[in-house]
Write a protein that binds this ligand. Structure first.
Ligand code: MG
Length: 388
């Protein structure tokens, strides 16, 4: 029996984090959860720490620290953004699952890779913003994607000659508004946008899936992860979400990854790789699937997707500014301050104003992120003022 995998879960109170703890609870002889970190859900974090008996706990937001009372004696406790980074570099950790939301995850990814950990990456924004800096820090097998499409592509590429990769087919469910018109989108309510037809996810990524921004972020993520040109990545809408993505090779062969639409599969694979463990979800019954549909994405109805693709192709600091604007706009929509269709207006305004330069450092990216957030906040306020 090989020693148990020692895991740190950052973002343990979010959707991915909770599902990762579920995976860990199914394999107590294979996984030892040693550290848990969260941004601000202190009460749930404390509950999880008690249940799993972890040795280290960190909370990013000092204002929420009061909720950490009740931790078992002997649990090391850190508060503040740096305490999350400390968990990512702990000597008694083998795998860091980065399931934080948004740009806040960038430094955790950097720290885990620098410390020589396996990085199980659910925080796609890390690569969108800092792919130019992070990928040179990764060694073969040290960065395993948790995003379902990228896990699928990663698995399709195993055992294949790298030079034979011709194209990536990135599948998209199309989100809850696939069949609505652009004019109908202006009036969608927050609850409608949060009702994703296929996947159970946190609020930020669920809104990104409804605007198709998520597929734009994932295209940039794939570009960095698999070192493929943007022209070699095709997006295809596949409403059943049974095919999780495909890879086309130079001889015309296409490998697809299929399975249940359950995030525990890619989470578990990021732990078990290169091995496979027992299934966390019921298998797909193909006799009941009936048919699998594929169609092109509608870039006019979902401008966030074309904006993200433009940012990716331009490269440099533009994806960082674009991502920051999107995070602010999504928060404003979730808070009821702007309309669904204002999200792309905010992103577009910030992108049009940003002076793109090559990425040179993590500090530079943090400055660009902060600046873009400021402008996005201001733009969202102006839009809210006009439509009030
Ligand atoms: Mg995905």
């Amino acid at each position: 029996m090989s020693p148990r995998l020692r895991v740190a879960i950052l973002g343990s109170t979010g959707s991915i984090g909770r599902q990762a703890l579920d995976v860990a609870s199914r394999f107590p002889d294979r996984i030892d959860v040693v550290a848990l970190g969260a941004h601000r859900s202190a009460v749930l974090l404390t509950e999880q720490a008690c249940r799993c008996g972890v040795r280290h706990v960190a909370l990013g937001d000092p204002d929420a620290a009061a909720g950490l009372s009740g931790l078992p004696a002997g649990t090391a406790r850190g508060v503040g953004a740096d305490s999350l980074l400390e968990l990512a570099a702990l000597p008694d950790v083998d795998v860091v699952l980065n399931a934080l939301v948004g740009a806040a995850g960038l430094r955790v990814s950097e720290t885990a890779l620098r410390a020589g950990k396996r990085l199980a990456l659910a925080n796609k924004e890390s690569l969108v913003i800092g792919g130019d800096l992070l990928m040179p820090l990764a060694s073969p097998g040290s960065l395993v994607p948790v995003d379902s499409e990228h896990s699928a592509i990663f698995q399709c590429l195993l055992g294949e000659p790298r030079a034979a990769l011709e194209r990536i087919w990135l599948t998209a469910s199309g989100g809850p508004f696939r069949t609505r018109s652009r004019s109908e989108l202006a009036s969608v309510r927050v609850e409608e946008a949060l009702a994703h037809p296929r996947w159970t996810m946190g609020p930020k990524i669920t809104i990104d899936s409804a605007t198709l921004m998520n597929k734009g972020l994932e295209t940039i993520e794939a570009h960095h992860l698999f070192a493929v040109a943007y022209d070699a990545i095709r997006i295809v809408v596949h409403p059943q979400s049974t095919v999780h993505s495909m890879v086309e090779f130079s001889d015309g062969s296409v490998k697809a990854h299929l399975g249940p639409a359950d995030m525990r599969l890619p989470i578990q694979y990021a732990f078990s790789h290169p091995d496979r463990w027992g299934a966390p979800a019921p298998p797909v019954d193909f006799t009941a699937v009936g048919h699998l549909d594929f169609e092109p994405p509608d870039l006019e109805k979902f401008p966030c997707l074309s904006l993200a693709l433009d940012a990716g192709r331009a490269g440099g600091t533009l994806p960082c500014a674009m991502n920051a604007a999107n995070e602010v706009a999504v928060e404003a929509f979730l808070a009821g301050r702007v309309r669904f269709t204002d999200i792309d207006s905010v992103v577009e305004t910030v992108m049009a104003t940003h002076a793109t330069v090559p990425v040179s450092s993590f500090e530079q990216l943090e400055r660009v992120d902060a600046e873009a957030r400021g402008l996005a906040e201001q733009t969202a306020r102006e839009i809210a003022g006009r439509t009030a």
